[in-house]
Design a protein around this ligand. Structure first.
Ligand code: KG4
Ligand code: ZN
Length: 343
């Protein structure tokens, strides 16, 4: 079984080939960061137009790199949601178009399911059941994962996502887009503690998160007085520490609450080194083990899309039918709704 995966839900165009027995054959990625950076955030229309330009050349490059041809494919997987509607439409339309032309099934993939299964691509890989901390630009969720398609939401953000908190506070510090990696880099030169920021909902007694208060606290600080370079680095370190403290506390509480021992960290914020260091130090104290995707597979990519589709195909008792040209996108799509769909 050979699956081509296409990811276009936001500002990264990713394509990949996953083989049922041989694993991930290759993946290629184009990031639109420079396209959006002058605007300080993703401009949806520019994102869609750029995906149109990139998907097919990237696919050709990938096929050549892997020495594969289109007639070897078994299915084409694409991100159907959640994400930006126009951006999703590009991958969905191209996925269905290609599948239709080749007489293959087109498989719709849930972007967050793909993130949460992506640590299974790493070695060593976790085994079901595990707790997943999904922390991306749009989502922060703790999920109990019993198997492919069997997810129970344990907690989620009541306002901003962790990645959004990184991006918005980075913007307040005058850092470019995307803010998460830029803020993490600046934080390496600073020390937490000089500024005191809140750890919202850390002791709320449940597994939910809130990050919007952090943004307001940073706004108040930067409005009070201009910060010199060392102070900016210290503030960046405190912001990162506040986000990491809350994410780590809740993720470890989720292990305690479920009695599970394996924690999987996925989504763009999962690339954060400070978060990784904290979890890897603290989880073993409670008998836990933490699993991460390779850093380049934490942020959006086609590999996780091809992989999630292949896992679903493996489990399915249904024989997928060749694609028709009817398709739709799902910009809002709750992960838990997958539980009621056949694997
Ligand atoms: O999963 P992802 O690539 O896209 C979404 O599905 O949203 O996550 C992107 C988010 C952005 O908010 C970005 O700033 C954040 O992940 N991010 C990071 C780091 N790398 C990416 N945040 C903190 N530290 C990082 N190293
Ligand atoms: Zn993502």
């Amino acid at each position: 079984m050979l699956v081509l995966g296409i990811e276009t839900s936001c500002d990264e165009t990713g394509v990949a080939l996953y083989h049922g027995e041989r694993g991930l054959l290759g993946h290629t990625l184009y990031t639109q960061a420079t396209l959006h950076s002058p605007y300080g955030g993703v401009v949806p229309e520019l994102a869609s137009r750029d995906h149109i330009r990139r998907v097919l050349p990237l696919t050709r490059e990938l096929m050549a790199q892997c020495g594969c041809s289109l007639d070897e494919l078994s299915a084409i997987a694409y991100t159907q949601g959640p994400g930006l509607a126009g951006a999703l439409l590009v991958g969905t339309a191209i996925g269905h178009g290609l599948a239709y032309a080749l007489g293959l099934p087109a498989l719709a993939v849930h972007h967050m399911e793909a993130h949460l299964l992506s640590p299974l691509l790493a070695s060593p890989a976790p085994r079901f059941p595990f707790v997943a901390l999904l922390a991306s630009g749009g989502h922060t969720e703790l999920v109990r994962v019993e198997g492919v398609g069997r997810y129970e939401l344990l907690g989620e953000t009541v306002d901003d996502a962790a990645g959004e908190a990184f991006d918005k506070t980075a913007k307040l510090l005058g850092l470019g887009y995307p803010g998460g990696p830029a803020l993490a880099k600046l934080a390496e030169q600073g020390r937490p503690g000089r500024f005191r920021l809140p750890r919202p909902m850390r002791a709320s007694g449940d597994l939910n998160f809130s990050f919007s208060g952090l943004k307001t606290a940073v706004l108040t600080l930067v409005r009070e007085r201009p910060l010199e370079a060392a102070a900016r680095a210290d503030l960046a370190a405190e912001i990162e520490a506040a986000i990491v403290d809350v994410l780590a506390a809740k993720a470890l509480a989720a292990l305690d609450e479920t009695g599970l021992t394996q924690l999987v960290v996925a989504g763009g914020v999962g690339a954060n080194r400070s978060l990784r260091a904290r979890l890897s130090a603290d989880a073993p104290k409670r008998g836990g083990t933490v699993f991460y995707p390779a850093p380049e597979l934490c942020t959006d990519n086609g590999a996780m899309i091809a992989f999630a589709a292949a896992k679903r195909l493996e489990q399915s008792s249904l024989i997928p039918q060749p694609s028709s040209l009817e398709f739709t996108v799902r910009p809002r799509w709750a992960l838990e709704s997958l539980a009621s769909q056949p694997a």
